[in-house]
Structure formats: structure tokens, C-alpha cells
Design a binder for this molecule. Structure first.
Ligand code: KG4
Ligand code: ZN
Length: 343
């Protein structure tokens, strides 16, 4: 067990998609180092993440990234109390690089190994800069691969209220950005273009899922944008990218905020957090802030660097696993479709 004075120090590794990342985290909330090697520039050439290229880049970078994380923290492997790694969900080849690396380090250094759920990591990113945040709280997780509305009952205990039936919110941003020629990754590019556009120029649909009011569906709004563009081409009308970006962004964020408000009203939990890459979107952040303020709910959001993929959030999540004594065996494997709350 960790020594009380020093606290629990965890080396965390993340490689589930297109960022190779490592961090050293103390007691789940204090970041001693946070190193991210992004592959975005490489994947931009192909208009999206190419899984095999991602795996190859991870294997090339991972040792350097871990070396930097340890040296930035001023610590050595000896000082670590555990080695944590994202083991799912994500791209299998990409996950395997991090899992194999973490296992080798943990085995060689005789340290406990902790497998972390990537979405749990995104949620726990909120603990880093908000030391006072403790469960229970509601959390909207919006990333490139996931859109979940979650009740965080306790550390490591989650109830999924709703999820997307098709595209994730970030995926819709990426696809629409590609359709209007903004390139990858779409989210930040749509947000930038939208600043110059009129959010009320085009009315795109806000889909409702009949069976569960907390579920999401974003494939309809994506198709509506594609149809709108085709219609303009057929009628020889010039498209205004900025107006499409602003109107699309409004349609997606309206739905996200509406679902959040419904959950606040129903569950009467006075803390709400957002997480994942799309949580760095300023229209979503401002809209959620206003909604929470009007309901007397305290609103939490990570800095943009902790919204997109990073290893500090994995170290934050791992700490609570460590405290509960949940350590993984040497048979830990990558689980590309791992569900939240499943082991
Ligand atoms: O959490 P993340 O780094 O990776 C996944 O776990 O998926 O999220 C990446 C996603 C991408 O789809 C990207 O377009 C989106 O987050 N994103 C944004 C913004 N920044 C990143 N979406 C909207 N607005 C942004 N500012
Ligand atoms: Zn992520």
C-alpha cells in the first residue's frame, strides 16, 4: 500500500485512439506530469483515424512518452504505487500497445496493474481541477466514439441513463466537417467556422428517441446536412459553410442540453459535469453553464486539454480502483467494446 505521507502515485498510460499519452498522478487529483503525443496531423492526411497507422505510431512513441512523463514528474518507476492503462473501449490494435506496455512495466517493476475504462477516465477528468467534486453527480460524456448521459452514483459506480443509438456527437461533428470541406478533426473546425455564421440560418432536425427520452440519435442531423448540401448543388445555390457549421452545432448542442436539463429535473442531483472531446466546445459549455445556473446546479467541466484524450484522466480513475483494492491480473486484455460498469 502507498505510504501515507507520499500518497498513492500512479503511472497512467492511454493509447485507445490517436493520442499516445502517459501521466503521473498523485492521489487521483494532482497531476505531476501529463504528456500527450498527438497523431492528429498524420491522420488529417487521410480525413480520419486509420487504425493500423494509429497502432504503428503508438508502438513507435510509447516509450518516449512514458520516459518524458516520468522525468517531468521528477520520479522514477520505483516511486510508482501502480501502473494504470486504458484497456477499452477503443481501437483494438491501439489499445493492445498500451496494455502490453503497461503489463511489461508492471511485471518488470513488480507493481500492481490497473485496467481502466476509457469513458470512466473521461468522467474522472473532472476530478483533476475540481478537488471538491465528489459523487453523486450527473455527467454528459460526449466524445468521438461515445455519447452517454450518466448518473455517477459513487466512485466506480455508474448508471447509464441514455446513450446514442447511432453516431456519437463528435463523430457527427467530424462527418459534417468533412462534408463541408473543413477536414479532420471536425469539432474544433466546425466551432471556429460557426463563429462567423448564423446559427438560425438553417433548421436542422433535433431527433427524439421514442423509447428512452435520454437516448440520442445524431445520424439524422448528419444526413440532413448532407441533403441540404446536395440540394444546394442541384439548385446551383452557393453554400455558406459558416451558416451550416453554426446551424448544425446549434442543433447538436440543443439536444445535448435538453437531455441534461431533463435529467437534472428528474433526478434532483445538484452537480452536473461534462466530459470528452466535444465538452471543449464553447457553445455546449456556455449553454450547459446557463442551464445549470438557472436550475441552481453546480456545473463542472475540465480544461480543454483534459477533455480530449489524455492519460491524466486515466490516472484519476485508476486511483479510485486502487483505493477499492481492485487490481488486474497478468491476463488483462484489450476489450474494444467494453461497456461502462462492466468488468
Ligand atoms: O474524447 P476524444 O479526444 O476522443 C474520443 O474518445 O473519441 O474526442 C474527440 C472528438 C472528435 O470527434 C472531435 O471532433 C471532438 O471530440 N471535438 C470537438 C471539439 N474538440 C474536439 N467537438 C466539438 N467542438 C470542439 N471544440
Ligand atoms: Zn476519449
Amino acid at each position: 500500500m502507498a505510504d501515507k505521507q507520499k500518497g498513492a502515485i500512479i503511472l497512467a498510460i492511454e493509447s485507445s485512439c490517436d493520442e499516445t499519452a502517459a501521466a503521473v498522478v498523485k492521489n487521483g487529483r494532482e497531476i505531476l506530469s501529463n504528456v500527450i503525443s498527438s497523431q492528429i496531423a498524420l491522420h488529417t492526411l487521410y480525413g480520419g483515424v486509420v487504425p493500423e497507422i494509429a497502432s504503428r505510431k503508438h508502438i513507435e512513441k510509447i516509450n518516449q512518452v512514458i520516459e518524458s512523463a516520468l522525468s517531468d514528474s521528477g520520479m522514477t518507476l520505483e516511486d510508482m504505487d501502480a501502473i494504470a492503462v486504458t484497456y477499452g473501449p477503443g481501437l483494438v490494435g491501439a489499445l493492445l500497445v498500451g496494455v502490453a506496455e503497461a503489463k511489461a512495466i508492471a511485471y518488470g517493476a513488480r507493481k500492481p496493474l490497473i485496467g481502466v475504462h476509457h469513458i470512466e477516465g473521461h468522467i474522472c477528468a473532472n476530478y483533476i481541477e475540481n478537488r471538491e467534486l465528489e459523487p453523486p453527480f450527473l455527467c454528459l460524456v460526449v466524445s468521438g466514439g461515445h455519447t452517454h448521459l450518466v448518473k455517477v452514483i459513487d466512485y466506480g459506480m455508474y448508471e447509464i441513463l441514455g446513450r446514442t443509438r447511432d453516431d456519437a456527437a463528435g463523430e457527427a461533428f467530424d462527418k459534417v466537417a468533412r462534408a463541408i470541406g473543413l477536414g479532420y478533426p471536425g469539432g474544433p473546425k466546425i466551432e471556429k467556422a460557426a463563429k462567423e455564421g448564423n446559427a438560425n440560418a438553417i433548421v436542422f432536425p433535433r431527433a427524439k428517441v421514442a423509447e428512452n427520452p435520454y437516448d440520442f440519435s445524431f445520424s439524422g442531423v448528419k444526413s440532413a446536412v448532407l441533403n441540404y448540401i446536395n440540394g444546394c448543388h442541384m439548385k446551383d445555390i452557393a453554400i455558406v459553410k459558416e451558416d451550416i457549421a453554426a446551424s448544425f452545432q446549434k442543433a447538436v448542442t440543443d439536444v445535448l442540453i435538453e437531455h441534461a436539463i431533463r435529467a437534472i429535473d428528474e433526478f434532483q442531483i445538484n452537480k452536473f459535469a461534462i466530459a470528452g472531446g466535444v465538452a471543449s466546445n464553447s457553445v455546449l459549455r456556455n449553454g450547459m453553464k446557463t442551464a445549470c445556473e438557472s436550475k441552481g446546479v453546480k456545473f463542472f467541466y475540465p480544461s480543454p486539454i483534459f477533455c480530449t484524450d489524455n492519460a491524466a484522466m486515466i490516472g484519476a480513475a485508476a486511483y479510485y480502483e486502487y483505493l477499492s483494492g481492485r487490481i488486474d491480473g497478468w491476463d488483462l486484455n484489450a476489450v474494444p467494446n467494453l461497456k461502462l460498469g462492466e468488468r
